[in-house]
Design a binder for this molecule. Structure first.
Ligand code: SF4
Length: 498
């Protein structure tokens, strides 16, 4: 079948900021970062692949990972003149994206009158506030919900073949903004998607600069959408993939994709970015398949997991199946906070789970947050002390500390509105550099605590254990890269003036 003339650009325009590089795609919490990490945007990569399979011409236009300047990017965009430009945005970048959309529309109308690009915004922010973008820029379509791949195919077919739009679109009709109904995800069967075309989506851009890989080249998969728990009140993915909408590919399909990554691309490590990897029979079948197919000898695997859901036998199976990196949201070591944010784990679950994961040879990573409106300095200190102790006891290998941000669309944002906790509605400020919610801790105290968390885990005992764990040149390379990025990470949270 010949290719359609209709062309689609999946675009991440350069976002220049003195604070760092936009860590935008597939990141629950946006940051301007100095680490140089890049995350493979998996759902947009599925979208590119699905559209190409349906004979649309697709441009993979990640100018952030390609390190283009704004003018280099614009020049290339104008050369390609795509019929549809898709831009993923998050709260701290939405204002920049409005400006970019204005620029593109202005250019096309004044200098290139034969070019009429349809511009589409996707992401959690526009899912929460779909109308706002129409008030602030000449966007053509806003997609709500997180299945951009299925939705973009629906839109491309609608524009070229006049088919009916799925629910979840906002657009202009007769100068009014209308929508096609509330988005629905459950009928999107992930097993019907083509396996991601890694060449089309320039996998090498994301294969090396990422501390989730110890062995490179590495890559990302996303076998589920997004999290079978889906209830944490701060989690921006609950806006795009609400609780109850979880789906996954079959274990066989996941294993087939891994086989392709091993044999065709010689990938050494995979991080699966499902919000929480499926557990139960799915996980057991997947692990057994990794062992039966011999993939456990060829590749390392990482995933997001929750505390308190797996037993030692299951962790042992994961260890045997090639799992290495395992990321847990510790968030806080105060039970009141875990209950309030609907984490519904117990403080003591973390230690028990980490001990089991370590026993099976896994390398746990913790994510921790500071700045909950109800937490006192003593509460934050409790978390800091517990994190320090977990590292000292050899139960965790790495961590990430951030300031909690109430992203629009989340229950936490609603709680902030109800309690008058919001300090600003300037979306640019929602980049973790300053507190957004009222707190008994000053901004300086919060920064100091985040810095203390980063520094506090580097105890002599932890460092000696790390040095003693070196077994191969890959370990040396990983540890030195990690140390370098760890120090760079401190730059993402400027030092306290205290
Ligand atoms: S467990 Fe993680 S991915 Fe799932 S809802 Fe909570 S924060 Fe989001």
């Amino acid at each position: 079948m010949s290719k359609s003339k209709f062309s689609i650009s999946i675009s991440y325009p350069p976002l220049i900021n003195s604070k760092g590089i936009a860590f935008l795609s597939q990141n629950r919490q946006f940051q301007w970062t100095n680490t140089g990490n890049y995350i493979y945007p998996i759902i947009p990569a599925y979208a590119a692949t699905l559209l190409q399979k349906n004979n649309y011409k697709v441009f993979w236009d990640d100018a952030i990972a390609q390190k283009l300047t704004y003018f280099q990017w614009l020049k290339r965009l104008i050369k390609n003149k795509p019929n549809m430009i898709v831009i993923e945005s998050k709260t701290p970048t939405i204002k920049s994206h409005w400006q970019i959309i204005k620029n593109i529309k202005n250019l096309s109308q004044t200098k290139y009158p034969d070019w009429h690009p349809k511009i589409v915004l996707i992401g959690d922010h526009v899912t929460a506030f779909p109308l706002e973008s129409f008030d602030n820029c000449p966007v053509d379509y806003v997609i709500t919900g997180g299945d951009y791949d299925f939705m973009l195919l629906s839109l491309a077919n609608h524009l070229t073949k006049k088919t009916k739009l799925e629910p979840g679109f906002y657009y202009k009709k007769n100068k009014k903004i209308v929508n096609s109904g509330p988005f629905a995800l459950k009928h999107h069967n992930l097993d019907t998607l083509p396996i991601i075309d890694r060449d089309l989506t320039q996998w090498k851009l994301y294969a090396y600069q990422n501390t989730n890989y110890k062995y490179t080249p590495g890559t990302y998969t996303m076998f589920g959408r997004d999290c079978w728990w889906g209830r944490c009140t701060f989690c921006s993915w609950t806006t795009t993939h609400p609780a109850g909408s979880f789906r996954s590919v079959s274990p066989k399909r996941a294993l087939d994709e891994i086989g392709q990554l091993i044999n065709k691309y010689h990938i050494k490590e995979i991080f699966d970015d499902t919000g929480t990897l499926p557990i139960g029979p799915w996980l057991m079948e997947f692990c057994q398949g990794m062992i039966d197919r011999g993939y456990n000898k060829k590749i390392k695997f990482g995933c997001n997991m929750r505390f308190g859901h797996l037993d030692q036998k299951q962790y042992d199976l994961m260890g045997n199946a090639g799992f290495r990196f395992i990321l847990y949201g510790l968030e806080s070591s105060n039970q009141n906070t875990l209950d309030r944010i609907e984490k519904r784990t117990k403080v003591q679950d973390s230690r028990k789970t980490l001990a089991m994961a370590k026993k099976s040879g896994l390398e746990p990573h913790l994510t921790i947050m500071i700045g909950y409106p109800w937490e006192t300095e003593k509460d934050a200190q409790t978390t800091l002390n517990e994190a320090r102790q977990l590292f000292k006891d050899g139960l965790a290998d790495s961590m990430q500390a951030t300031r909690i941000i109430p992203y629009p669309g989340t229950p936490l944002f609603k709680e902030c509105q109800d309690n008058n906790w919001l300090l600003t509605d300037n979306w640019d400020d929602y980049d973790m550099r300053q507190p957004i919610m009222k707190s008994s801790l000053s901004p300086q105290q919060q920064e100091k605590l985040i810095q203390s968390l980063f520094k506090g885990v580097l105890t002599p005992k932890f460092l000696i254990r790390k040095v003693l764990s070196i077994r191969s040149p890959a370990d040396v390379k990983f540890l030195s890269t990690y140390a370098y990025k760890y120090l760079k990470k401190l730059k993402d949270f400027p030092s306290s003036k205290i």
